[in-house]
Design a protein around this ligand. Structure first.
Ligand code: C2E
Ligand code: CA
Ligand code: CA
Length: 799
């Protein structure tokens, strides 16, 4: 601007005005924009200025018609009209270009035109002969007033131009006023002129300041929203997230393409819809997370990353939503804006991971970890709200046999089937778990009614027992169940688990496919068992274990054929304890190995001193058999005692043959190859005694005493005994009947051709003193050495 003459003054005025209207603090960009708006506003008023000029100049020309001033005034007025017309032309013809290019030329032109017009008008006023008539003075006063008013209105937003117009105009007007001869006129007109000019200046500056500030902030807001729009577009393009928003009434008013795509609903349908209602429609009823969102919206609170399960676009997915309430400067609520994203893939992955972490991969039931965790929650609910619950422990009977005989794949199939059956019987709220191997457990929340639990246990037993088809074969396994109820049987997780376990122990002890509730005495029994186990350990070292011998006699003439060794524990406090009480404890720990090994050696040693025709039978626990190298132990016992192998009998029960029969048969053959007799004990009580009999190399079967007992009045039992006896004949097995208590039984058994008999009718199990006496009196002919020893023992005892 400095290149143009007078531009120094212009920039001075510019600076002053900018300061006065507060435009000096604006950034160059905003100032530039404001300047364009000021120029535009001034340009738009150019026609008004032109019109005012035409009116005023016509009046002035008419009043000076035929005076010497007419021609110079006409010349000035023509210049004024031309400038006004050019200004008007520029304002409209160039309007579209108004915002383009630097506004500098416009500024200079506008100010220059304003100054030129002001000067021309000042010149016209100066020429007017105001002193000639009151009409002239009135016309000048009104004309000047009109011009001042119109120009003020036209240039009010651009005080610089107004100043450029005003200053020469006022100077001209003042000079006219001063040319009046009379002082009162000067004062009156001068005061009015200056007074209004001053007021105009103040009003104009105020108005311009308001305009500047309004327009500047408008520019800033527009710029900001442009930037925000840009950022949002950028955000949408660069991420998979989407944007949503709703107004103060909850109606959706903002949505990005991602949002409509995620919902699968058209934009027209979404716009204006109630956002919360829409979400409620696509989330499950009473979804706690949805309620959370609703609560937050109601309270106008921010919510962050709420992961909602929704049915959108016809499929189940998860959305993570973040929302923030919006308020204007006055604090009025405007609705919400927020973002969302589809997190379905991550959710599915998470679900799989939790599923794997919480479930048994084979059966899909809960695993032990999750079971323990759920039990903890039940205990906590019991503590807080007194909610009762129950725990069932299930242990499959003979599962290991299936696993061993048919392979692990078959075993797995059985487990899967059983898990399904369990799952099919429990309620949806019940928690079924596989704790490992063939152990299952069920937590029954809010349930502690013995009657219902008993019914469920019965159904479980029946259902699990049903045959399972495996590779074209039918497999059947039983289950034992122990039940503990909380709070009746305990309030702590450990306590409840231990008690359910005790109940299971009792169920298993009671036989197959039984359930038992926990009873308080089980706890003391368990303590007794623990105590006994400790004492049993010492009993072996303290020589408290003794063998009693029960005679086995020939069915023909009742002459003894041998003895069965039956163990007892000579307890220092409790006296004689029977094997039924401590053998299971020994089997539970590893003590059975030591006890079993000792029994074999001890029995062989004793038998070696008997007459040669007498055998000794030793009971072998299945657990002992599995954990010890029996063939080796037997070989060593025979060697140490010097007993001939055929004089030793090993009694095993069917239980031994349930698991891994191939390995067992191999080891039985090994023992049998030594010359030792193998007898099947308790024959008839197992499931498949006959099939075992055909598969295994038995020499002898011992018919269980329950059949002997029933033979008195039970025709079926008698038929069974007869069938067994004839089978024994066919298979060339020795048949022994146990538990013979009466003469009638003995006669019947002899009649059906049993070979050997054993029972109280012939003799109780004998301690070593009674045994010596028995040998002496019942075993003719006695070898002289044995007779001498027996007599010596008896006399020593008598002494
Ligand atoms: P088991 O092998 O069937 O032994 C026979 C049981 O029947 C013995 O009980 C015996 O006293 C009893 N008994 C014999 N005759 C009669 C009778 O006429 N009527 C009645 N009611 N009972 C009779 P015990 O000695 O209490 O032994 C019980 C079980 O303990 C045995 O049954 C056997 O399975 C086991 N057992 C005994 N000794 C040993 C041992 O040294 N090792 C192992 N592993 N188990 C043993
Ligand atoms: Ca036996
Ligand atoms: Ca028996």
């Amino acid at each position: 601007m400095s290149a143009i003459p007078g531009s120094g003054l212009i920039s001075l005025i510019n600076g002053f005005v900018d300061r006065a209207i507060g435009a000096d603090g604006l950034t160059p960009r905003v100032r530039d924009k404001l300047l364009r708006q000021q120029l535009g506003s001034a340009a738009r008023m150019a026609p008004a200025m032109l019109a005012a000029s035409l009116v005023v100049s016509t009046v002035f020309l008419a009043l000076t018609w035929q005076t010497s001033r007419f021609w110079p005034i006409l010349a000035a007025v023509c210049a004024i009209i031309m400038i006004g017309a050019h200004g008007t032309y520029l304002a409209f013809a160039r309007m579209p270009n108004r915002t383009e290019g630097p506004p500098r030329a416009s500024v200079i032109r506008t100010i220059a035109y304003a100054a030129l017009l002001g000067s021309l008008w000042g010149f016209v006023l100066y020429l007017l002969p105001v002193d000639q008539s009151p009409t002239m003075r009135g016309a000048v006063t009104i004309g000047v007033g009109g011009l001042v008013c119109v120009s003020t209105m036209a240039l009010v937003h651009y005080p610089q131009a107004l100043a450029a117009f005003f200053i020469p105009l006022i100077v001209g007007a003042l000079s006219t006023v001063l040319s009046l001869g009379s002082l009162p006129d000067i004062w009156v007109l001068g005061t009015l002129l200056m007074g209004f000019t001053l007021i105009m200046v103040v009003v104009t500056l105020n108005h311009a300041a308001a305009f500047a500030s309004y327009r500047a902030s408008e520019t800033l807001v527009r710029e900001k929203s442009e930037i925000i729009g840009l950022l949002l577009r950028e955000f949408e393009q660069s991420t998979s997230d989407w944007i949503w928003g709703f107004d103060a009434d909850g109606a959706i008013n903002r949505m990005s393409a991602g949002f409509t795509m995620a919902t699968g609903v058209a934009e027209e349908a979404l716009r204006g819809a109630d956002f919360v209602h829409f979400l409620r429609c696509i989330t499950p009823p009473d979804d706690p997370l949805m309620l959370h969102v609703e609560r937050d919206v109601q309270k106008r609170q921010t919510f962050q990353d709420i992961e909602l399960r929704v049915i959108a676009d016809g499929r189940e997915c998860w959305w993570a939503l973040t929302g923030k309430p919006a308020f204007d400067e006055a604090g009025n609520y405007l609705g919400y804006v927020g973002t969302g994203s589809d997190v379905t893939e991550r959710k599915i992955a998470e679900r799989r991971i939790t599923m794997l972490a919480h479930h048994d991969p084979l059966t899909g039931l809960l695993n032990r970890t999750k079971f323990t965790e759920q039990l903890g929650s039940c205990v906590a609910r019991l503590e807080r709200h007194g909610a009762p619950f129950s725990v069932m422990f299930l242990d499959l009977d003979q599962f290991k046999a299936v696993n061993d005989s048919r392979g692990h794949l078959a075993g797995d199939k059985v487990l899967v089937q059983i898990a399904r059956r369990i799952q099919g019987l429990v309620r949806e709220t019940d928690l079924a778990a596989r704790l490992g191997g063939d152990e299952f457990a069920i937590i029954l929340p809010n349930d502690s009614h013995a009657e219902g639990l008993g019914r469920l246990a019965t159904r479980l037993i029946e259902e699990i027992k049903r045959p399972i088809a495996i590779e074209g074969d039918q497999v059947s396994v039983g289950v034992s169940i122990g039940i503990a109820m909380a709070p009746a049987n305990g309030r702590l997780a450990d306590e409840i688990l231990r008690n359910a376990d005790l109940a299971l122990y009792r169920a298993k002890a009671a036989g197959r496919s039984v359930f038992r509730f926990f009873e308080s005495q089980m706890d003391s029994e368990a303590q007794d068992r623990r105590l006994l186990e400790g004492e049993l350990r010492e009993a072996i070292q303290n020589d408290e274990l003794v063998l009693f011998y029960q005679p086995q006699v020939s069915a023909d003439d009742a002459t003894p054929t041998g003895f069965e060794a039956l163990i007892r524990w000579n307890h220092p406090v409790r006296g004689l304890i029977l094997p039924a009480e401590f053998i299971p404890i020994a089997e539970h720990s590893n003590l059975i190995v030591d006890i079993g090994d000792w029994t074999i050696v001890e029995a062989c040693r004793a038998a070696a001193s008997w007459p040669e025709q007498l055998t000794v039978a030793v009971n072998l626990s299945a657990k002992h058999f599995r954990r010890s190298d029996i063939a080796m132990v037997v070989k060593r016992a025979l060697a140490v005692s010097g007993l001939a192998a055929p004089r030793l009998e090993i009694e095993i029960t069917e239980g031994l043959l349930m698991e891994d029969p191939d390995a067992i048969i191999g080891r039985l053959v090994e023992i049998r190859d030594l010359g030792v007799t193998i007898a099947m004990d308790d024959f008839g009580t197992g499931y498949s005694s006959l099939s075992h009999l055909l598969k295994f190399p038995f020499d002898k079967i011992k018919i269980d005493r329950s059949f002997v007992d029933a033979s008195g009045d039970d025709e079926v039992a008698r038929d069974f005994l007869k069938a067994i006896a004839s089978l024994g004949k066919t298979l060339k097995l020795t048949i022994t009947a146990e538990g013979v208590e009466t003469r009638a039984q003995a006669q019947f058994l002899a009649g059906i051709a049993c070979h050997q008999l054993q029972g109280f009718y012939f003799s109780q199990p004998l301690d070593h003193v009674a045994l010596a006496d028995y040998l002496l009196t019942h075993v003719p002919p006695l070898a002289p050495a044995v007779k001498a020893e027996a007599e010596a023992r008896l006399s020593a005892l008598a002494g």
